[in-house]
Design a protein around this ligand. Sequence first.
Ligand SMILES: [Zn+2]
Length: 138
Amino acid sequence: MIGDLLKSKSFCIICGEERDGIEIKEDNVLNILRRIKRLMGKKAGENRLVVCRACYPKYRDYRKKYISRQRIYVALGVAFLIFGMLIAPSLLSLLAGLVITAFLYGLSLLNYTPAIDASQEGKHAASAKPVPVGKQKQ
Ligand SMILES: [Zn+2]
């Protein structure tokens, strides 16, 4: 078991370097992305995805932006849907509203930032306090 752990490399999703950090929580979006990569012939899924300590503040920022953007986009899509149904209640309006909502949701995924393990996050935040500021990446 320990051998397996040592074999799999962990990569930081922010800086892209091989680092140790908080593991990313698996979700549907990640699964789909992995499947797409596998379909394209890339070997994906063996590596662990993490957020390294140095990138943690940046990650929190990205995640916050991603979530708020997604909320806005989905709200816009739903508003479109409701508005369309109010001015022209038909199956076509409903479909158009759904397509727009799906499209906006897809757009929000361009900023996709996965969640991290909440239990590990607390530990990380506590231990991340004395991070040296001089080693920041552009
Ligand atoms: Zn990093």
